[in-house]
Design a protein around this ligand. Sequence first.
Ligand code: PRT
Ligand code: ZN
Length: 298
Amino acid sequence: MNNETRIRIAIQKSGRLSDASLKLISQAGIKLARSKDQLIAYGNNYPIDVLLTRDDDIPTLLNEGTCDIGIMGYNIYNEFKCSREADKNNTNIDSAMDLPFGECRLSFASPYDSEIKSLSDCRGTKIATSYPATVNSYLKKMDINATCIEFKGSVEIAPKLGTCNLICDLVSTGTTLKANGLEEFHTLLESSAQVYRHSNVSEAKAKIINNLLDRFRSVVRAIESKYVTLHAPIAKLDTIISLLPGSESPTIIPLNNSADKVAVHALCNEKVFWETLENLKKEGASSILVIPIEKILD
Ligand code: PRT
Ligand code: ZN
């Protein structure tokens, strides 16, 4: 197979998105062989090579077309886009699909005893951040005049050092902010991992990419979906069906030796919470099974 008929995907080498990205590729049925330096993995049974790199390099690799497709946080893509826009440049990167991992938010936070507790309080302040282009573009849009100071890491210690009045950083649980005496007061951006693709690829590569994205979508849908089976009193059938989350047309099957109950089998395309099961039980459902799904192909 020549180069033109293989695609290259960039994923984070080691960090928060690495395991989930590799798992997605593996669940899409792709078997990988790692190179000696561990920087590239080759698809054995699919025309793909996986480049393992720092997440910050993924936008450039995609923009230049060195990689055809990549997995990174929306926060990383958006920072790249904002910094290109600030220099009046476009990007050659398109978002292809959302992924159900890497969820976080980019938020402003100030020390507990600070008087800066709203966006308008940020006027004339110094803000430490690893996302200067994103923050500057947002402040401009909101008509707030403030100075961004770029930190590559450990942003949360900047206020203690006296370098800035507040920070704008990624938050997921909020533990790091708390541990550093900081209070979140305004969210600028919500983020999760996404698949991105280079805007201009050959037809042959586009075919492979589209097939791969179909597999990824199928994997994500299968993770989020469950197959639910239960026994329902016929008198409560409509209520019980309406409680099944994201289910279109369940199968209704008669039960042996039971005139007033039927079996219901449904594909639920949304999360099935304990509350849903308890509500089903309250309406008279019994023998409720929630079964994980391995693959879905419509
Ligand atoms: O080495 P490389 O450059 O590849 O990795 P990295 O250290 O830059 O990134 P990494 O692995 O930390 O994060 C990769 C991606 O995960 C980010 O770009 C986000 O899209 C996503 N993500 C999700 C997060 C977080 N949650 C997160 N909590 N990235 C960073 N954090 C940090 C945050 O900066 C802060 O220091 O975790 C701390 C806060 O966490 P909580 O839980 O205490 O709020
Ligand atoms: Zn990084």
